[in-house]
Ligand binder design. Structure first.
Ligand code: RAM
Length: 899
């Protein structure tokens, strides 16, 4: 047998429940020991029961033997899918030699409740406590009896707010569910299979409701952004062995009370009084008397109830502190050794009523105390009042903090390194990237980039996790999207975020600066102090085009382009309508945000991004077969590029502003003539040199800086910037102990100490967008837009700088792509690559290839199984590979001689 099938996914997820996609896409991975193995045919069977599938009775869909090498995004094309049903599928394939595989392991998905009429449950909550600013989270419970054996039980749950769902005392819900969406428009519903949790006899649903983004504090926008207080909507369908079924839904038969959580707010932290615990409230055998009362039923909800699109938020890691220190005031300060996001679990024993405060900060002041100034209005403190009955453990419920240091205030007795545990919390996205080099600082930089992602991908991509902000800034998200997609599988995460962007798009077509919008636009309009208001910030709104394009490149996702095409086109049309002769105005916008000593003129930057959005839109129109639009937007791009040259570029190829950012954007977006490209690359490197080999770019320029240098024959300059240790540089922060990417190059400096506390986050991923260059150029794992999703990979490593070796891997939808290169003392270049089954690669080896898999070959000739040498030009050997593992050797001296 040649091919074996692994990892069958539905809509990018393993056996997802409660989806509402009517034509779900199916994916599988192939493995083979044979080189160059490809899939020639597939057959998918989909059945309405596991038994049917086992008998190969495909009552829903039989694709038939289909001649195709496609093994991702196979669109279901069978019978209409029914609300709440589970569907089972399997696949078999034939390879290029006609050999059949075995059937895959069965996979499944279930549909959510597809119509409003399927919902019998009511939205329930608890009346607000009078005169209380931060409200106690309602506890809700429902006791019910099961008298006969259960065949299948699915719970659908959501909240306007956050819900923490338990069944018989076990937590079954995700964290921060249902996730953040524009609640005025939609809310996501999660589904859980609880068949095994139900028992004959009494069962109990227990739910704690948090204010979350719906009613609690959102960034600096205050609270009650979407509503006054939280509500739950839950419906369980229990099917019995005897063929009957029953619904248990949230309604007035539930009971509600307040409990030990006095408040729990995303931005303000939590207070928990363990003396008020409702012991046993979420299990059988509890009497909900006393303060338990009838819930308040909300009349309805006008938004959409949609199947959850994003991956769930979970505790992804736990970390032990690395040190503890007693302060003069008798508090204890821990160092977690890593700036992280989540919370601290506390272990404590002491007298009843003693209050322990757990306080969190990213940095320490010079005197060793917690640096809290940069939190603005956020309170990263959880307070715990002991019940005093032995060892107690506590962790907060609906809040999270960004921190490296933890201070325990009021701890009874002497805490030690075991008294706290750090919980790292983020959206659960499989890690797909690995990168290692001989240089520890480069490795640390890569680690800091991934920690920036762990710290800021929580339901939406946030700018920062600590101060009163934590908003889904679109500019930050777009510049980091490609890096993010190398690090982790962000397909579902960004698919959902694009929906947030579309939900917050203005009627004019303008995409907003933050998504979900959270009243940000309204807020900007009210706040007359915000005279820099612009509805359409360049490099922010463009995320609406750039991120879908990134998903297409990295995953080959065409549906994201199709379903958001109208929104993308109206953004570009909006830009065109609001420009003069294709030049965008220079009114207030963020510019190359947080650049350092280099102000990029806003009209230059905005025109460049306008061109880029038009260019991507043209490509997108081409991909989805909209020929007239392809022509229209190509022409528009050409006109913008020409206007850019005519307006901003002088006879010597100097671009208005003469910042690194203007050159980088013009080069990467393809706005210049060949001659001007050369001039721009020279001006760019001259500016870098004049600054002492240092960069000056902010958020928008930084992601393109090293790519522009590399593409325009300045690889040495790119490496110099990468490993520069003097301020401003990436390594400057690392030299000073950074374990995450800082918001600003000068967040802390030798000469000035901390930057202004009003905007100084130490966990902002934007400047970490250099991760993209590390994968695409340094390691050389590049996607090919002609065969996206790594169906065809371009492998083109760029050895240079002080690096002796690089090892990188990326888990594509087809499997793991690996690249390991090294340069020996004798300047022999060695490259090992792994190409996944059912894909091909073009490999560029620097120098003239002298050996493949240990076989010495004559320059220019030679072939090894699965590998063909195409040509040798400009000091690079170009080879075409099928799947498998290969080793190449070349002589770098040839390369140096030819460049
Ligand atoms: C800051 C945010 C964000 C940036 C905007 C313009 O407040 O932190 O990173 O996109 O401003």
């Amino acid at each position: 047998m040649s091919l074996t099938i692994a990892d069958c996914l539905t809509e990018y997820a393993s056996n997802p429940l409660g989806i509402d996609v009517r034509r779900p896409r199916l994916f599988w991975k192939l493995e083979s020991r044979r080189r160059s193995a490809v899939q020639a045919m597939y057959q998918v069977l989909v059945a309405s029961s596991r038994e049917r599938l086992d008998r190969e009775e495909a009552d829903m869909w039989d694709s038939g033997k289909t001649a195709s090498d496609q093994s991702t995004h196979i669109e279901y094309a069978g019978e209409t899918l029914r609300s709440g049903e589970t569907y089972y599928w399997k696949v078999r394939v034939w390879d290029d030699l006609g050999v059949a595989s075995d059937w895959s392991e069965p996979a499944f998905w279930s549909m959510g409740l597809l119509s409003r009429a399927d919902w019998k449950a009511k939205w329930i909550g608890r009346k607000a406590e009078p005169e209380v600013e931060l409200q106690p989270p309602p506890y809700l419970r429902k006791s019910f009896r099961i008298v006969k054996p259960v065949r299948r039980a699915i719970v659908y749950a959501t909240a306007l707010g956050l819900y923490d769902l338990r069944l018989n005392g076990q937590r079954i819900g995700a964290l921060f569910a249902p996730g953040w969406t524009d609640y005025d428009t939609r809310v996501q519903v999660q589904a859980y299979d609880v068949t095994d949790e139900l028992t004959v006899g009494e069962n109990v649903f227990g739910v704690i409701l948090g204010d979350g983004w719906f009613a609690g504090t959102v960034g600096f926008l205050g609270n009650h952004v979407y509503g006054e207080r939280p509500f739950l909507l839950l419906q369980a369908k229990i099917e019995y062995d005897d063929g009957t079924s029953e619904l248990i839904g949230s309604d007035s038969s539930w009971r509600t009370a307040k409990g030990p959580i006095l408040y729990s707010d995303l931005i303000k932290g939590e207070t928990y009084d363990a003396r008020l615990e409702l012991s046993g409230w979420d299990r059988a055998g509890y009497t909900a008397a006393g303060t338990w009362e009838t819930p308040d039923v909300r009349s309805g909800y006008n938004g959409l109830l949609v199947g959850t699109a994003e991956p769930p938020v979970r505790i992804m890691q736990t970390r032990k502190p690395v040190s503890i220190r007693r302060t003069e005031t008798g508090t204890y300060i821990y160092d977690m050794g890593q700036n992280m996001v989540g919370w601290t679990e506390l272990k404590v024993q002491g007298p009843q009523g003693v209050k322990v405060t757990v306080s969190h900060a990213e940095m320490l002041n010079p005197d060793g105390s917690l640096y809290l100034d940069n939190l603005r209005e956020a309170v990263q403190q959880d307070h715990y009042m002991l019940k005093g009955d032995g060892e107690e453990r506590y962790e907060p419920h609906f809040t999270f903090h960004g921190f490296r240091y933890v201070e325990l205030i009021g701890y009874p007795g002497e805490p030690d390194l075991e008294s706290i545990i750090g919980k790292v919390v983020h959206s659960d996205m499989p890690e797909t990237g690995r990168l290692e080099t001989n240089d520890p600082m480069v490795n640390r930089l890569y680690a800091n980039i991934t920690w920036g992602q762990r710290g800021n991908f929580l339901s939406v991509p946030t700018d920062c996790p600590q101060r009163d902000e934590r908003l889904g800034w679109t500019g930050d998200a777009q510049i980091f999207a490609r890096t993010a997609a190398y690090n982790m599988n962000v397909s579902r995460f960004f698919t959902k975020y694009i929906q947030d962007m579309v939900d917050s798009q203005q009627p004019s077509g303008a995409f907003a600066d933050v998504a979900p919008d959270a009243g940000w636009i309204r807020h900007k309009m009210w706040n007359t102090n915000l005279n820099w208001f612009a509805p359409d910030n360049a490099g922010w709104g463009d995320a609406g085009v750039i991120i879908p394009w990134t998903l297409y490149l990295m995953y080959g996702d065409i549906r994201i382009l199709e379903s958001n095409y109208k929104a993308m086109a109206s953004w570009v049309e909006y830009l065109r309508d609001n420009s003069e002769d294709f030049v965008r105005p220079d009114y207030a916008n963020y510019g190359d945000w947080l650049s350092i000593d280099a102000d990029t003129p806003k009209e230059v930057l905005a025109t460049a991004y306008f061109a880029y959005s038009a260019k991507l839109l043209a490509r997108i129109a081409g991909v989805i077969g909209r020929k007239p639009d392809l022509i229209r937007y190509e022409a528009m791009f050409a006109s913008i590029a020409k206007a850019f040259r005519d307006t901003f570029v002088d006879g010597d190829g100097r671009i208005r502003g003469e910042t690194q950012a203007v050159y980088v954007l013009a080069l990467q977006f393809g706005l210049l003539t060949e001659e001007q490209n050369k001039q721009a690359a020279e001006h760019l490197s001259a500016d870098i040199r004049a600054r002492g080999d240092r960069l000056s770019t902010g958020f928008l320029g930084v992601g393109y800086l090293l790519p522009a240098l590399t593409d325009h024959h300045k690889l040495d300059v790119a490496y110099t910037l990468l490993t520069q240790e003097d301020f401003p540089s990436w390594m400057y922060s690392i030299k000073h102990g950074a374990t995450t990417i800082w918001e600003r190059w000068d967040g802390w400096t030798d000469h000035n100490g901390f930057q202004t506390p009003s905007m100084n986050s130490f966990n902002h991923y934007s400047l970490g967008s250099v991760g993209e260059w590390m994968f695409r150029y340094m390691a050389g794992i590049e996607a090919d837009p002609a065969e996206p999703g790594f169906k065809h990979t371009i492998i083109r490593p760029r050895p240079g700088g002080r690096l002796k070796w690089v090892k990188a891997a990326y888990d594509s939808l087809y499997g793991r792509i690996e690249v390991a290169w090294s340069v020996s003392e004798q300047k022999t270049f060695r490259l090992e690559v792994t190409i996944p089954v059912n894909t091909t690669a073009t490999v560029y080896v620097p120098g003239s290839v002298s050996a493949i898999d240990g076989t010495r070959i004559e320059a220019g000739v030679g072939a090894v199984e699965g590998c063909r040498l195409l040509d040798l030009t400009a000091g690079e050997s170009r080879l075409k590979l099928g799947s498998g593992r290969y080793t190449f050797e070349s002589d770098l001296i040839t390369l140096e001689a030819s460049v």
